[in-house]
Ligand binder design. Sequence first.
Ligand code: GLV
Ligand code: MN
Ligand code: MN
Ligand code: MN
Length: 428
Amino acid sequence: YPTDSHHSILSSFSVQSEELQGQIEELSTLSDSPSPSVTRILYSEKDVLARRFIKGIMKKAGLSVRKDAVGNIYGRWDGSEQGLPVVATGSHIDAIPFSGKYDGVVGVLGAIEAINVLRRSGFQPKRPLEVIMFTSEEPTRFGISCLGSRLLAGSETLVNTLKKAADAQNVSFFDAATSAGYNLGPDDLSNLVLEEGSYSAFVELHIEQGPLLEEEGLSIGIVTAIAAPASIKVEFEGNGGHAGAVLMPKRNDAGLAAAELALAVERHVLESGSIDTVGTVGILELHPGAINSIPSKSHIEIDIRDIDEKRRNGVIEKVHQSAINIAKNRGVTLSEFNIINQDPPASSDKAVIDAMEFATKQLNLSHKFMISRAYHDSLFMARKSPMGMIFIPCYKGYSHKPEEYASTEDISNGVKVLALTLAKLSLE
Ligand code: GLV
Ligand code: MN
Ligand code: MN
Ligand code: MN
């Protein structure tokens, strides 16, 4: 890598922080819940408006913009050499109910600003540079995380799931897409898979979503691996009945089965022997949901993660055994135990790590190597491209709640590291 050229671009590296912060604020107003919380669900009206907003900013940055069948949006800056694989960056802008302004957003708006930084510095890429805004990293609407990037990585299972998928209001995936202006058929989904070798690197900028960088007073986290997530849907069914009239020995309460399973999840996770195993029951619904009716049906969704895939799968197996035993002991039916996804972890690529470290050092920023406990579109891009992630600190590690916050300075540092990393990778 020519030392002179990076020195000359570095001296004119400037992030327009105020403008970027303004964009983050403006995007946060496209929300279905009151400020400071953000709720932006796949293919909702606000999601459509947010997509339009992002495309506008991409165009303003001089990128040529296209979208694919599910609405992944791509902004391309052509390189000086034709036909070379692309160096890409990006993240998501969908937001789970009552979350914050920065998760994903920093990696989309920050990526476009990184392109602006490079343009203003006079840099000319050799390989094309591309910013990708992925469709639905969050599983909120159809229960599938990283929907856009999973399809790019290629998943026939997912294509088949989507053919039957419906949201809580029973709107099918295809109808939801149509209402957002995406007219796609089942074939379009299979055709999204990326060609081998079309990307030479993918780098995602993201808030840490954990407390380590802030606690240790460091500016940049260089992610070496992404932990392995899994999600499971469970349903119990019992007879229900009147809360006064049915005596305790006669009951088979589907709600208590769910409660017992939630506690079993916690127990099995704690018994794994590692602090890296985590499990959460974030959804627990009872039917019919009346104070004076014994729950006849319960639905719970379980999230289990680990950096060790085998250990995580061991926990899933124990949870399954517990579900079977609880059903038997309580006389309810385990009508569903569905592992929605059970993804393997991903490692960052050595050359991408080197480029991120190089950039961090050139910019005189402190850093550490770390793993990502949250999942990201990078987990799936890693199946098609060498991958890396840049983390920046966030206030107390807060994420997936309205108090999520990253400072303008930390965002600006992340944008610079991303810009220099992309520059280096694009000249390789
Ligand atoms: C994605 O937002 C995750 O839950 O890690
Ligand atoms: Mn998230
Ligand atoms: Mn995210
Ligand atoms: Mn995430």
